[in-house]
Design a protein around this ligand. Sequence first.
Ligand SMILES: NC(=O)c1ccc[n+]([C@@H]2O[C@H](COP(=O)([O-])OP(=O)(O)OC[C@H]3O[C@@H](n4cnc5c(N)ncnc54)[C@H](O)[C@@H]3O)[C@@H](O)[C@H]2O)c1
Length: 372
Amino acid sequence: MTLRAGIVGCGGISRAHATAYANLDGVTLSALCDVSSAALNARAEEFEVSAGYADYEEMFEKEELDVVSVCTHAPLHGPVALAAARRGINVLCEKPLSVDLESADEMVGACSAAGVRLAVSHQYRFTPLFREAKAWIDAGRLGELRTVRELGKGRPAGFELMEMGVHYFDEMDLFLGGIDWVHAQVTFEGRDVGVEEIMTSAELCPIDRRDNGMVAGDTMVIHVKGQNGGNGVLELYQREQVQGWMMGPHILGSEGQLMIRPDPETYVDELWHCPFDVSFPSHTPRWEKVPVDAERFRIGKGLWERRQSIWSVRDMVDSIREDRQPELGGKAALTSLECVFAVYESHFTGARARLPLEERRHPLVRRLGQNA
Ligand SMILES: NC(=O)c1ccc[n+]([C@@H]2O[C@H](COP(=O)([O-])OP(=O)(O)OC[C@H]3O[C@@H](n4cnc5c(N)ncnc54)[C@H](O)[C@@H]3O)[C@@H](O)[C@H]2O)c1
């Protein structure tokens, strides 16, 4: 049976989802939706999709879709997912899952009650090199796992946390075998963030069009504790953005290190290994590229050697066919977002914030309310 796919939001990331549906066997990209006719028409022309809508409710009513990719900004992820669930449509939601845990819980609950899948699109973990690194860790080839380290792209930390931070939390969840707790310090212009520094994402990062709700801080250093005993460290510093920024992860064990590093020009990922326990990669002489069979990157006719969304789209499509949950489906969809709010909770309380968080209200919005 051919699955019918739709996309809501025809901006930047929608091209990756459309490309995925166009390249997966047994799926047709049947309908597109955007309030901007320019964005809708451009994507419809590029992928030869004739059914276009300005209203996602109307698209869900008329199109009999099996799956929809939600590619709008984060505040709309919840309303679109709830509308899809009401129509019995499986939902693959772009990250971050939502702008707060209460709406994210509602999404998970509504999709589960409606008997449809809800997954968040963190594509990195599905790629062959991330799987290879995970296999090295699990087989003990790095000795005892010590640290998985990631750096942000340079945007102010509160904004970056919702953009790249959630991807990094997801890869830590993978490499660390689940996340126990988060400890963080958040600063703004050199001072510890207080209630006065809580703002909208547009105020914090006016250069980026995406809306990530309420945020705080230009700098964050975050310690994540893994269930396998390893640590995650995320450093989000505001700095000038550079190409080739996506340097991580750097994985340090007692008997060696790995890094997954995209080529700055092509973004093709490479896996590198160093057989020493030294924490400064630049000071170690023996980094060698790990050969990985090219066929592992094959999906259909193509080789997908970058962190393309096809990897998470394929898991959603396969999960429908195989009658199972997607790997990041159901409650697993919440983990990366929980870490975001654990960061703020930890910063404001000075304590470790354990997952899952008991307090589901937005830690920043709640503190603003108490201060009003
Ligand atoms: N997984 C990844 O690697 C990755 C990469 C980039 C972006 N993203 C995420 O994808 C999401 C979208 O980001 P983007 O860069 O594509 O944004 P974008 O601004 O390029 O596109 C968003 C689109 O949504 C449309 N839209 C707004 N309201 C709508 C409505 N009511 N109905 C239908 N369409 C509507 C806009 O007109 C716009 O075309 C964000 O959550 C972002 O974080 C994920």
